[in-house]
Ligand binder design. Structure first.
Ligand code: PBE
Length: 268
């Protein structure tokens, strides 16, 4: 239809990301809880979502995407979260570091570094922005490590090198996790001598890989809400080393030029 409603303007589509993301489950719940029957959540990837956003934004067209903080999109475009009066997207949570059982015994220095690893959304933003400006992720990460020597030293202080020992870091190609995983790899390799392989997978296989020991660690666990299903499913089969970043948010995101403010506004 072309009745001029927000729904008809965007074809009743919300541009989603990879189906395994917690954000996708929460958005599906939003469609139910707000009774948005005509609406579709479009599956894709982080990269496809940001490409669609970029295209719409440049044309000043309406678009609704699933989004999260920390993300470079908020620096590059003038955006807003739609308010969520029913609280489906939950409260602020943290990004946690999660490792396989027995990693402490098998790779004590890596375990200790991963346990100490923590940074801020502002620090992560530096790496994310460098990547979106065209730097290779490894290069953006190693530059950040060079520029933040004091912080990096606090993660590795007094830990013995384990030259040549292999480690596998699992991650999903979410912009925030591309940044964090590359920084952790740069530190484990550059400061502690490990040989680190990065395994890019979907969210389900990332958790499964830690639980079955085929991956050693990940810094991409959004808890306590977004990855609750995975956390519960693999309970006892991993070790949660706690938060590595505070100050996250998830929700539906639109360009500020759009004349809506709340998820409730999608109903009209
Ligand atoms: N995210 C980014 C993920 C966690 C990191 C919000 C897209 C998710 O929804 O599972």
């Amino acid at each position: 239809s072309s009745d001029g409603s927000i729904g008809s303007q965007v074809n009743h589509e919300i541009i989603g990301i990879d189906p395994g993301a917690g954000l996708m489950k929460q958005t599906a719940q939003v469609l139910t809880d707000y009774d948005l029957k005509d609406w579709k959540l479009v599956e894709g990837s982080s990269a496809a979502m940001t490409a669609a956003l970029d295209k719409a934004y440049k044309a000043k067209k309406p678009i609704i995407v699933t989004g999260w903080t920390p993300h470079w999109m908020f620096a590059k475009y003038d955006l807003k979260y739609l308010s969520d009066p029913k609280g489906v997207f939950g409260k602020d949570e943290q990004i946690h570091t999660v490792v396989r059982n027995n990693l402490q015994k098998d790779a004590p220095s890596a375990y200790a570094m991963l346990d100490r690893f923590e940074w801020t959304p502002e620090e992560m933003a530096v790496v994310m922005s460098a990547i979106i400006d065209g730097k290779k992720p490894e290069e953006a990460a190693s530059d950040w490590v060079k520029d933040n020597a004091a912080k990096v030293d606090s993660w590795v202080k007094d830990l013995p090198e384990e030259k040549g020992k292999k480690l596998k870091l699992a991650y999903v190609a979410w912009d925030s996790e591309i940044a964090s995983t590359n920084v952790v790899k740069a530190v484990l390799e550059g400061k502690l001598g490990y040989k680190v392989e990065m395994l890019q997978v979907e969210a389900g296989p990332m958790w499964a890989g830690i639980a079955d020991g085929s991956a050693d660690a990940m810094v991409a666990a959004w808890l306590p809400t977004t990855h609750k299903d995975y956390f519960d499913k693999y309970s006892g089969k991993f070790e949660d080393l706690g938060a590595n970043l505070n100050g996250t948010k998830l929700g539906l995101v639109v360009p500020r030029y759009m004349n809506i403010d709340s998820i409730e506004d999608l109903k009209t």
